[in-house]
Design a protein around this ligand. Sequence first.
Ligand code: MN
Length: 251
Amino acid sequence: MKSKRVLIVEDNDLNRKLFENLIGQLWGYESASNGKEAVEKVKQSDFDLILMDIQMPEMDGISAMKEIKLLGKTNPPIVAITAFADNGDRDTFLKQGFDEFIAKPIRPREFLEVLERMIQGGRLESANPSEEIAEMDKILDLSVVKQLMKYNSPKIIRSVFEDFIRESYRLINESQAQVKANDFEELAKTIHIIKGNSGTLGANRIYTQAFNIEKQLKDNLTINFEEKIQNLENEIRSFQDFLKEESNFTP
Ligand code: MN
């Protein structure tokens, strides 16, 4: 049954777990958490497809893709996966040597469709499925949950959301310490993880807050980050309360 094998390369733990859950429904897989590990895995065994995150520590996805292509082994399709890119970015990735490109946050059904097509050797010329624009004022994008439920048991989905909440609080603690230490570089990294996680799970309001803080950090604005992070924590708490309401979230 699961004769095809996928290599999942992703540094974000929650994203990686999500990809493993989805991909594991259809194919066998191995995982790596940076480009260097990925190159080693490809040297050791053959894969039918490689899913490659772009921003990673140690070795980024573009360098890893290039090294893997240079190995001249079985040459499986390599699919780039990255946050909030558009059609223009897709062309850039294809020019660099990737075989396909998927934007995060993913839509599970489209995600698996693209991988399935690639694993079967298909190469559609313009393969950007029309993306639904999330209703950003909603606390949880229910279409994300609906999609997750097609491929995962309620138990897994619940555990993914619970992990997300737990991880979010941990990251909030970290970011509070980073504000106190005036370490805005590390703070940006922490907020970036919260942004990525919330985007993946359709936690819209958390995402919007994290997005704004990250942007303000990038723009070097001198604002009260302590207060911003407090607001972000409040949003996480609201989200946690929302999940407790069985009528809102019933897998
Ligand atoms: Mn990454």
